[in-house]
Design a protein around this ligand. Structure first.
Ligand code: NZQ
Ligand code: ZN
Length: 385
């Protein structure tokens, strides 16, 4: 096992009717900005629950954070925050609303130049950020319990991430009933995003971390176990609760303690979103199987373990089991309605040149062995067609 440091400051408040706890979680002297997206919270009653809980508090609203939140929109919120002296942010929504708010929290306090630097230079340049607490309505990203944020910039077709310990939510409210209103494709996206988060921290090579391996396997086993009950949209509370908690656990820093991580699937996927508009999880489902095939020799050991412990495949050589793990993962994605080919999105071989060129320009090197350059990205993307 490798050395690690682990600290997660987010207070999780989980379960039915927990939005009513908001007044106890936000100090009463704060001027709050409630931040949300395109209006789903007005249709499913979450908006009303938040407003009722915070009745009498000093609260203003900012709406219109889009899926794959835009820098341009976030900067509008920053202007309003400065003008109105807001000192607490309350994102209510999915990963995009929460990620957008994390960037807003940092940008509102950034005085050393253009806040876009936070994305290009990294979260280390942030010295302070406004506090935020979240109400999550879409299990997928894990952003409700981590310090990551992913922001897109319309003017340059870019999608970049930053990490800072200063943007962990102070608290996150997770009420599984808020996800009953999610359409089937968002539920499927959430399951796949969480599944791939675990794999980015698992399907690398062993450094003898049996506890972390089993924690990772427990999360994907749970996701697989509840997935059909979740996507059939029967308002199944127990299935939704397990899905929601699994997605949080998949990216809250616990399972990456002391292990080797990859994240190449995410880095390539972000470009597919930036250029061709695939939803985040759609991009991952396309890239990961092809990347696993391309990096087969390096990942064979962990993929064989995945075959045994998640897909129940106990016969054959490690090579055969690892191949079966890839096939079973693709079948699982299909079973919840998730496509796995770029053809499904009408992206052609000539289109992928854009992505390859961008990796060449940036001289990006990906993968747990730092062996994926733009040339390998091209091969991986051709494997997605
Ligand atoms: O905008 P509204 O009207 O709220 O509608 C949203 C949006 O259209 C809707 N929605 C959310 N909750 C709902 C609901 N509709 C009905 N009922 C509800 N309860 O769902 C749509 C998609 O929402 P979005 O927030 O975009 O989805 P998700 O949570 O998957 O977030 C995706 C973003 O997170 C980033 C992705 O790159 C992408 O930008 N990620 C963030 C990570 C992190 N911070 O750690 C890690 C991830 O790997 C990922 O990169
Ligand atoms: Zn993701």
């Amino acid at each position: 096992m490798n050395n690690f440091s682990y600290h997660n400051p987010t207070n999780i408040v989980f379960g039915k009717d927990t939005i009513s706890n908001l007044p106890n979680l936000i100090p009463s002297d704060k001027k709050i900005m409630m931040i949300y997206g395109g209006g789903s919270i007005k249709k499913n009653g979450v908006y009303e629950q938040v407003k009722t809980a915070l009745n009498g508090r000093n609260i203003i609203e900012f709406s219109g954070i889009e899926p794959n939140p835009l820098y341009e929109t976030c900067m509008e919120a920053v202007k309003q925050i400065k003008a109105e002296k807001v000192d607490f942010l309350l994102p209510v929504g999915g990963g995009s609303v929460i990620d957008g708010t994390k960037f807003i929290a940092a940008a509102a306090c950034y005085q050393d130049g253009d806040p876009w630097d936070i994305l290009t230079k990294g979260g280390n340049i942030i010295k302070t950020a406004l506090p935020l607490g979240t109400v999550l309505t879409l299990p997928a990203t894990g952003t409700e319990m981590n310090g990551n944020s992913v922001i897109s910039r319309k003017s340059s077709d870019e999608k970049l991430a930053f990490y800072s310990p200063l943007v962990y939510p102070v608290f996150s409210i997770l009420d599984p009933e808020t996800i009953y209103s999610l359409p089937k494709n968002q539920l499927r996206n959430g399951i796949v995003d969480a599944f791939v988060h675990v794999m980015e921290q698992y399907a690398t090579y062993s450094v003898e971390s049996p506890l972390q391996d089993r924690q990772a396997e427990a999360i994907v086993n749970t996701l697989v176990e509840v997935s059909q009950r979740v996507v059939t949209q029967n308002n199944d509370y127990q299935a939704c609760a397990s899905f929601m908690w699994s997605a949080t656990q998949a990216l809250n820093g616990l399972i990456n303690c002391g292990v080797v991580q990859d994240w190449a699937t995410h880095m390539i996927g972000h470009e597919l979103t930036a250029f061709f508009g695939l939803a985040h999880a759609e991009s991952l489902a396309v890239v990961m199987p092809s990347l696993w095939k391309h990096q087969f020799d390096n990942k064979q050991g962990k993929l064989a373990q995945l075959a045994e412990r998640v897909w129940g495949i106990n016969v054959g050589s490690d090579h055969a089991k690892a191949e079966a793990a890839i096939d079973s993962t693709i079948e699982f994605f299909h079973s919840i309605g998730m496509p796995t080919s770029l053809k499904d999105y009408n992206v052609s071989e000539t289109d992928i040149v854009k992505v390859v060129d961008r990796f060449e320009e940036r001289q990006t090197v990906l993968g747990e062995h730092s062996n994926i350059t733009y040339k390998e990205v091209e091969e991986i993307l051709k494997g997605c067609l």
